[in-house]
Ligand binder design. Sequence first.
Ligand SMILES: *Cc1c(COP(=O)(O)O)cnc(C)c1O
Length: 453
Amino acid sequence: MRFISTRGQTSPLGFSDAVATGLAPDGGLFLPETLPTFTAAELTRFEGLKYAELCFDFLQRFATDIPAGELREIVRKSYTTFSHPQIAPLEQLGDKLFVLELFHGPTLAFKDFALQLLGNLYERQCRVRGETINVLGATSGDTGAAAIHGLLGKPGTAIFILYPDGRVSPLQERQMACTGASNVFALAVDGTFDDAQAALKDVFGDQAFRTRHRLSAVNSINLARVLAQCVYYLYAWLRLPPKIRTEVEFVVPTGNFGNVLAGWMLQKMGVPIRGFRVATNQNDILYRLFTTGEYRVADVHPSLAPSMDIQVASNFERFLYYSVGCNPERVRSIMHTFKSTGAYVFDAFDRDSFTASCTTDAEISGIIKHVYQKYGYTVDPHTACGFKDLDPAKPTVVLSTASPAKFPETIVAATGREPTDPALEALKSRSIVKHRIQATPAAIKAFIDERAV
Ligand SMILES: *Cc1c(COP(=O)(O)O)cnc(C)c1O
């Protein structure tokens, strides 16, 4: 299987190269050249598989350049770090209401599904090529922690994560700075997230530096992330009562569109899912898109669901590619218009598969309280966005993207109870190792020069 760029100006690559490359050199995002189609017989066979087996079976259609035995081992290893035996348990709250819990990985958020796998793929790449890799990223919270835990202690790799000092939650800082691993560097930047991001962009802009350290970016657009995320939709779908499967709507708390895109691609592969709800917080660019057809940037307003505070949904370009009949020229021209004017109006896309909702901070607190009172179930502020205006008559699976234990203040304020998790409790007694650093390209480069592998 080969992978093409949404902008059509990059030669197709094999799976491992596309994963190692991240963003395509023409500025586009990688997608499979063709999508497999699952038959009813295959779907029936999948019912008997455990999570890691299903994941292997799914991925081997794409990762055709990795020997099957090796791929199976990579997948197995990636999910042994999860604390729940089912990896992605489907909890039933009502007659037709289900929650898919995606927070049993090491950092208690759904990004672990992709980043545990990605870390093991990077490790293999280093071994096969006999090279080391240095991963660099800036984070306002979840992504940095998940990336760190994906590479923790992996030979041949080092990871440098910049975050604004004093502006991520104490628990998030601990997830990054208390790992004890010698290949992990938590860099507390003197400045805001935007300062860190700007300095980082500069560092990546230095081609010589980038090549010298085989620098790779942490981001939400890696091909492996989308493919890894398809699997839990399939796993959940197979666990629903057969008579409601084709009627089900997956409700997805959404920021960069990466999570919901994976579900939609699975539907394109022949899995009969009714549709998807794009559930945003008050940063509602995608809500406006799916209700009006207009995609227009707006300022970001920090919310109680910070991992969904985005201005532009980076994975949207993959959806766009399919929406314009897989025509890369059209993608280039639309992305150009969007970049230069900050807006684009669509005349046609797959609206049949999508509904949308947006949830304000005031509503988030109310929903956490309501869900707790009605079902005795605690949802985190991101997941709460998925519980807005649900219709009990319709089969629904809400994706739960983070553990409530990651957001104790918001949960206590809404329910009066403090959520806990053993993994987070253990972190509280460990010492923080962080490196304070100026938000300048020179300071960052000097640090990397000294510690890179
Ligand atoms: C990243 C994140 C999201 C948003 O996911 P996208 O793939 O960017 O749409 C939602 N909830 C949590 C907890 C996250 O960490």
